[in-house]
Write a new protein. Sequence first.
Length: 104
Amino acid sequence: MKWLVLAIGIIFEVLGTICMKYAEGFTKLVPSVLVFLFYAISLAVLVFVLEKMEVGIAYAIWASAGTALIAVIGMIWFHENVSVLKLVSISLIIIGILGLELAE
């Protein structure tokens, strides 16, 4: 259950980051409001996860999974550059997440 809750927090963190892109420097009202809403939900969910998980593992997974997802979304959705180095780096992030998960 804690992994599902953590995944929900990660999804809201990613949604907040996507809204940052659309907020255009906080000049667009709806995406700007959504940035704060989604990040607030994400952090609240993380607080609940920390009742069941170690802070080092929960935060590392939350931050790194969000980073990897945003990198992939950026390449697919926002047509950002794709390179072998980016793909290898994302793979290493995923390997690190799996290592932390297995270490628990």
